[in-house]
Design a protein around this ligand. Structure first.
Ligand SMILES: Cc1cc2nc3c(=O)[nH]c(=O)nc-3n(C[C@H](O)[C@H](O)[C@H](O)COP(=O)(O)OP(=O)(O)OC[C@H]3O[C@@H](n4cnc5c(N)ncnc54)[C@H](O)[C@@H]3O)c2cc1C
Length: 400
């Protein structure tokens, strides 16, 4: 018995997420017949859940410095050719209202569903066919240099294949290691992966001292391995989270020294000296509760700082307290892992890819885009901007 014939098109895209849809619509607009295959029951699930349901779809301040990669230069070309302003133009053309939250982060006024609807409308207009519930069983590279995909919905064939299957974060949303396996199958190196933009866990005495403060939030500057992020910290039942911690988590690995400035932007030593001068009889914990959440200030004074009336401190003691407030060492034991991580660090080694087309240097016609590639952005719309930019770069180059 002969196998049924493959359904043919110009390009197959695995993954109907941010990068895959952008790539498909860009290639479709160029007249290519594109088919997108996704094993999930609906497209763009991460877009839907992003930004608390409002999708932080880009950041107007995007620069290559906002990304981590073994090769920090790799992202430059794609980001320069598809900027936040290109995506904003698309959003505006579709009449989607948006606002800037802070630091260039753009969110939909209403819902991330609008971003998915926009991408689907663009794909439909460009003749792109999208199939969900389409698990890919096997990928073959034929002698003729074509890619043949054996799937739950039959065989598909094309001269170009784009892998846009994302990273490992949030497995319950359809995330899989499929893209890495495929990369290895075609001779690509895959750099070690780990959870990024993820809450950190505490253990031992740090956990005991803080866990009942879950819900307490305060502004901090989180520092690790030469990077610093100023934003909020949130104490959780398992450890610490909040934007400052998610950001620094990209730069932290077990055993690394993590420091928190508990009074960011303030001169702690000058403040303590001023208190010693003007409020001599007040206890330190009372005064700290004026500049920190009260329960957090109390806890600091129970375990880290001996509280007494300000007049009783020697200048040297005050210096020591200021140093602690400026540089509070918090020993994280791990991360919450892929279950809650927003992104996956590491992935397909950029050394094997062209930075202008995202095409494999080993296998003509094979492309990798989006999060599956070893390019990871900070929190704040940078990851979607990479998905759009890398998707656009590949979509523009396909079939060329
Ligand atoms: C909770 C959360 C909130 C986030 N919020 C933001 C935000 O506001 N701003 C921002 O910039 N970034 C945000 N991110 C990160 C952002 O969602 C990702 O960086 C981005 O979606 C990556 O796009 P992608 O297309 O590469 O991968 P994805 O969007 O993950 O898409 C991959 C697609 O491939 C499919 N797939 C996977 N394996 C297979 C397989 N074996 N066969 C077929 N299909 C497969 C998946 O079903 C999925 O549809 C958030 C992430 C999470 C988890």
């Amino acid at each position: 018995m002969t196998a049924p014939p493959s359904t043919s098109c110009d390009a197959l895209v695995i993954g109907a997420g941010a990068a895959g849809l952008m790539c498909a619509l860009t290639a479709g607009q160029r007249g290519l017949r594109v088919r997108v295959l996704d094993h999930a029951n609906k497209v763009g699930k991460k877009i839907l859940m992003s930004g608390g349901g409002r999708c932080n779809f880009t950041n107007t301040g995007t620069t290559p410095a906002n990304y981590l990669s073994a090769n920090p230069h790799f992202c430059k070309s794609a980001l320069a050719r598809y900027t936040p302003w290109h995506f904003i133009e698309l959003v505006e053309r579709h009449g989607i209202a948006y606002h800037e939250k802070e630091l260039g982060q753009l969110f939909c006024d209403e819902s991330s569903k609008q971003i998915v609807a926009m991408l689907l409308a663009e794909c439909a207009a460009a003749g792109v066919e999208i199939r969900t519930h389409c698990a890919i069983e096997r990928v073959e590279h034929t002698d003729a240099g074509r890619f043949r995909l054996h799937t739950a919905q039959g065989r598909f064939e094309a001269p170009s294949l784009v892998v846009a299957s994302g990273g490992l974060s949030i497995p319950s949303m359809g995330a899989s290691g499929f893209g890495y396996t495929l990369a290895r199958q075609f001779g690509h190196a895959v750099l070690p992966t780990r959870a990024g933009l993820v809450p950190l866990t505490l253990s031992g005495k740090h956990a005991e001292r803080l866990h009942d403060l879950a819900g307490v939030a305060l502004p901090v500057e989180a520092r690790c391995n030469g990077m610093a992020f100023r934003s909020f910290l949130l104490v959780t039942h398992r450890g610490i989270s909040g934007p400052a911690i998610l950001q620094i988590s990209n730069y932290w690995q077990p055993g690394d020294d993590l420091r928190l400035d508990l009074l960011p932007g303030q001169d702690a030593e000058a403040l303590l000296r001023e208190w010693q001068h003007a409020r001599r009889d007040a206890e330190l914990k009372t005064l700290l509760a004026e500049v920190l959440p009260k329960r957090f200030a109390q806890r600091l004074c129970e375990h880290w700082i001996a509280s007494k009336p300000l007049r009783q401190y020697t200048p040297r003691e005050l210096e020591g307290i200021a140093a602690l407030l400026r540089d509070w060492p918090l020993v994280a034991s791990g991360t919450e892992g892929y279950r809650t991580a927003e992104v996956t660090l590491g992935g397909v080694d950029t050394d094997g890819l062209s930075s202008s087309t995202m095409m494999s240097r080993h296998v003509p016609g094979l492309h990798f885009i989006g999060e599956v590639v070893d390019v990871t952005g900070w929190l704040g719309g940078y990851n979607f901007q990479w998905a759009w930019a890398s998707g656009h770069a590949a979509g523009h180059a396909l079939g060329g």
